[in-house]
Design a protein around this ligand. Structure first.
Ligand code: WTA
Length: 649
């Protein structure tokens, strides 16, 4: 079998997570200025209180939001792990993100600034946002959508994407945003799972100077969709597209209908009513629809955003992510708007037309807080300092990182070159399932590059051994959350059993949430997240399941079996490497490799295409037929594969 691994040459030389964590740690203390400004002035006492009296702590925080009716009980834990928060409370996330601002000075403030890739810009005050969202809401309603329906949204990063999300929430429909980088097949699967009757989309979006023809992808996906009845199409890129009569409607035409500009009432929702589902990858091939609710999610995301990023009235906040993933849901759209902040949305590629596109925008708009992924940081770093230094970035006060562990070299570059050695970096660990940040510094926290530092208020995070005991300092273990929090996912849509099984079954007796990551805690209680423990890959910060990629591979007629692993990659954090056994009568070739890669692109989308496909004759399996991916990975990295007693051959 050794022959299979001949292709591996230098991968093992990249610093492993292990080495990153163990190398010498420098501590960065916040400046007096940062401490003076901080919304959170003290950690230890508040943390202790938030853990011993979570209901008191969260009840108090919830007073910062506006409720149609106050809750009867902060937490109902009678049906573990199906926790309920703010039971009996009535609200709507839009009531807090828009409506309540309309009677204060915030009404006239910019809610968001949008810039298209070609350089066109649009800005909206809270007043204007309300007008646009009401219009979209009236239109969505006119398509027959009612409270409780799920609307699928598949859009480029344009203002109408934000309007669409908020419009659904406003009328009590849930949204399911599908990242516009996903293929028609992936879109179709998600539409079917959610049983959506309505799709909101656009003709296309701009990326690297080219049109991404979304309508074509949508037409493929809807060819034989059993549920979609209608679709709303926003005109963005203006190329010719095929519109299906009776099914597809141009938004700019609907907008002109007299009913569209009528006022639209925000629906009164129960705190526990569904706000959205967002599909994310797990260990099986079937993506799961993680479900969040109006009450707890509103409170949790806005609280952590305000505290971690020290949000001030005069701030301009930029989360450089795609609204198609949880980071965009929580921190481009909902939390900033609830906090009455000015948030930004950029349509295109971050290094287009030049590597300084982002810094040019930070300068132009006077951004104060900037939040992005380590992959993006490494991507900028690759172009060198001069692209950053051409611009005045002195408005920046805080920086943030999310999606994967940040390697100290990227951290230092981000801190020194982008942040001018002045801006603390908030390395936020969290997940689609957690709604918002869980482990992260506050601006007052001394920083160690590569560590997300300590759990936020109300978050009982710990690192444990398999038997449930806490690990010793620096010992690697399993990351768990030992108590519920308001922003937690409530279930996987339509599959309570799977929700319970994936997250809560390992420590059912104790009632602990298993995050699926490995981590270690150092002597100061700082948590260092290491990697996923399951078959989930983080590629460029995007979350993908090995099983999804494998099923895309074997759906190619010439592939009989496949296994997928992630290997360290300098830029992307991890790269997908596939091992394929070909079906009888086929021979390996670079043309075939190309053909199979193309097939994966069609099945799932560009982010899922393997870096390398290795053609093999056999795969390491257990006697019960399970592929031992850890053996493939260890071999690929030139490491000891560990216990092989269960291997079949
Ligand atoms: C990883 C993204 C280290 C982790 C918000 C987690 C991180 C998964 C960090 C969730 C971080 C996220 N440091 N690892 N600061 N942030 N992760 O659902 O493995 O796309 O379990 O949510 O990303 O990915 P998801």
């Amino acid at each position: 079998m050794l022959g299979i691994f001949k292709w591996i040459s230098k991968i093992g030389e990249i610093m492993s997570d292990d080495e990153i964590v163990k190398s010498e740690v420098k501590i960065y203390h916040p400046s007096e200025d940062i401490i003076k400004l901080a919304n959170v002035k003290e950690y230890e006492e508040t943390y202790k209180r938030s853990i011993t009296d979570p209901e008191g702590f969260w009840g108090e925080q919830a007073e910062t939001l506006s409720w149609y009716k106050k809750w009867d009980k902060v937490l109902d834990d009678s049906k573990k792990p199906f926790f309920k928060w703010f039971v009996g409370g009535k609200t709507n996330i839009v009531h807090n993100a828009i409506d309540r601002h309309l009677t204060t000075a915030t009404r006239n403030k910019l809610a968001f600034i949008w810039e298209g890739e070609p350089g066109d810009t649009r800005t909206f005050s809270y007043h204007a946002l309300n007008r646009e969202v009401s219009k979209m809401a009236n239109i969505v309603k006119s398509m027959g959508i009612r409270k409780g329906d799920i609307v699928t949204i598949y859009m480029p990063q344009i203002p109408e994407l934000i309007f669409a999300m908020l419009a659904c929430a406003k009328i009590g429909a849930a949204h399911s945003v599908v990242y516009a980088g996903f293929s028609s097949k992936a879109l179709k699967d998600r539409i079917e799972d959610a049983k959506s009757k309505l799709l909101i989309t656009a003709d296309g979006g701009w990326r690297r100077g080219k049109i991404v023809d979304l309508k074509n992808i949508v037409n493929d996906a809807l060819e034989d969709s059993p549920t979609i009845e209608k679709s709303i199409v926003v005109k963005r890129t203006c190329q010719d597209v095929d519109m299906v009569t009776e099914r597809d409607f141009w938004y700019h035409e609907l907008e002109k209908e007299p009913f569209a500009s009528k006022p639209c009432q925000t629906e009164v929702m129960d705190a526990e009513d569904m706000l959205f589902i967002l599909y994310t990858s797990g260990t099986t091939g079937r993506p799961k629809g993680v479900l969040h609710t109006h009450g707890g999610y509103s409170l949790y995301t806005s609280t952590v955003h305000r505290m971690v990023f020290d949000i001030k009235d005069e701030d301009r906040w930029w989360c450089l992510a795609d609204p198609g993933w949880i980071t965009g849901h929580s921190f481009i759209v909902y939390a900033p708007l609830i906090n009455g902040t000015t948030t930004m949305l950029y349509e295109g590629a971050p290094t287009y037309p030049n590597p300084d596109r982002i810094w040019e925008m930070v300068d132009k708009y006077g951004v104060n807080v900037f939040y992005t992924s380590p992959t993006a940081v490494r991507g900028f770093m690759r172009f060198g300092d001069s692209w950053v230094k051409q611009h005045d970035l002195s408005t920046l006060r805080l920086l943030g990182s999310v999606g994967e562990p940040i390697n100290p070299a990227a951290w230092e570059w981000y801190y020194n070159v982008v942040g001018g050695a002045r801006c603390p970096i908030m390395d936020t660990w969290w997940q689609t399932e957690t709604g918002g940040f869980m482990i992260s510094p506050y601006p007052i926290t001394p920083l160690k590059p590569g560590s997300a530092t300590r759990p936020l208020f109300g978050i009982a995070a710990d690192v444990i051994r398999e038997d449930g005991t806490s690990t010793d300092p620096d010992e690697e273990g399993i990351l768990v959350i030992k108590a519920p929090w308001p922003g937690m996912a409530r279930t996987i849509m339509g599959d309570d059993a799977r929700y319970k099984d994936v997250y809560w079954s390992d420590y059912e007796k104790q009632g602990w949430y298993k995050a699926g990551d490995s981590a270690r805690k150092d002597a100061d209680g700082y948590i260092w997240v290491i990697a996923r423990l399951d078959d989930v890959l983080k590629v460029s910060g995007y979350r993908l399941g090995t099983a999804e990629v494998e099923s895309a591979l074997v759906s190619h007629e010439k592939v009989a079996e496949s296994a997928v692993i992630g290997l360290p990659h300098e830029l992307r954090g991890n790269a997908i490497h596939a091992f394929c056994i070909l079906a009888e009568g086929n021979t390996a070739s670079s043309d075939l490799e190309k053909e199979i890669k193309e097939h994966v692109r069609d099945e799932l989308g560009p982010i899922a295409v393997p870096e390398k496909i290795n053609f093999v004759n056999t795969l390491p399996k257990t006697r019960s037929g399970k592929i031992m991916r850890r053996v493939l990975k260890a071999k690929a990295l030139g490491q000891d594969p560990g216990d092989l007693s269960t291997i079949e051959d």
